[in-house]
Design a protein around this ligand. Structure first.
Ligand SMILES: [Zn+2]
Ligand SMILES: [Zn+2]
Length: 283
């Protein structure tokens, strides 16, 4: 019995070892199954080459004609000036367009407070702090109301009872207006994310994510959704993906430069079932 059990176990181990790990995946509510992309050796090599390219250039905007100091590689490492600096996740997508093989690249979130950097996949969101008047106007109003609430709070601590009551009422009104504007801005931001699936279906972010309105902030901003959106926009059929960490490790050791990571469970997984779905239309 033992002799026959061993070959079976070996076969299973071998089979597992030859299958590439999953780079990103998510449950698709339509197909009622998980869709995924593998992290193939070629994808890992492309991610490692990207890391090496960035390090040898010394900057993350290595495809821009003029270097921009904001994207200097040193900004991704801890130093005396930046004692708390951590690195950033970079991702590559390998795909095909006709007979052509392409590699797309993305950084997670913003790069040093900037959403769009030449050569890197653009963000999915359209209402952004660096380019949207809607955002700027709402943000200014939120700041103004914050200052108003603070001033009223200070007034409520002095003066007669009636004056204190009036100041407290003003403070509460300002805070409530601030909350309303902030919530409305957040709704506009979510609404500004257009998500397209591999099959070509379109949805708003909160419709595409399994978590709906319960989606976490930053959903759609990681490497994987940006890469899938860029692939779709450029007519590239995704085949593999890899994400790796550039820069100083996180203090908890969860992120180490050059190591590979699967797309996150909190934000990406609930969205990627939709984005990876190959079904073109739902009838
Ligand atoms: Zn993620
Ligand atoms: Zn599906």
């Amino acid at each position: 019995m033992r002799a026959s059990a061993r070959p079976r176990l070996l076969a299973r181990v071998r089979c597992h070892a030859t299958e590439p790990p999953v780079a990103c995946s998510g449950y698709c509510a339509h197909c009622q199954t998980r869709h995924s992309l593998p992290r193939t050796p070629a994808a890992e090599a492309a991610a490692a080459a990207l890391l090496a390219r960035v390090r040898s250039a010394g900057r993350l905007d290595f495809e821009a004609a003029e270097p921009d100091a904001r994207f200097d590689l040193a900004t991704k490492y801890r130093s005396a000036e930046r004692p708390r600096q951590q690195g950033q996740m970079l991702g590559v997508l390998l795909g095909r367009r006709g007979g052509e093989h392409l590699v797309l690249k993305a950084f997670s979130g913003q790069l040093n407070n900037v959403w769009e950097v030449p050569g890197w996949a653009p963000p999915l969101g359209t209402i952004r702090h660096d380019s949207s008047p809607v955002y700027t106007a709402a943000f200014r109003r939120i700041q103004h109301l914050g200052a108003e609430a603070q001033a009223a709070g200070a007034e409520a601590a002095a003066g007669s009872r009636a004056e204190q009551r009036a100041a407290e009422a003003r403070r509460l009104r300002a805070r409530s207006a601030q909350r309303a504007i902030s919530n409305a801005l957040l709704a506009r931001i979510w609404d500004g994310y257009a998500v397209t699936s591999v099959g070509g279906r379109q949805a708003k972010l909160l419709e595409a994510s399994l978590l709906g309105a319960g989606s976490r902030g930053g959903t759609g901003d990681c490497c994987a959704p940006k890469l899938l959106a860029a692939a779709r926009a450029q007519g590239v059929v995704p085949e593999a993906m890899a994400e790796t960490w550039l820069g100083s490790s996180t203090p908890d050791g969860q992120r180490v430069e050059g190591a590979f990571y699967e797309a996150c469970q909190e934000r990406c997984a609930p969205l990627l079932g939709f984005m990876l779905c190959p079904v073109p239309t739902i009838t």
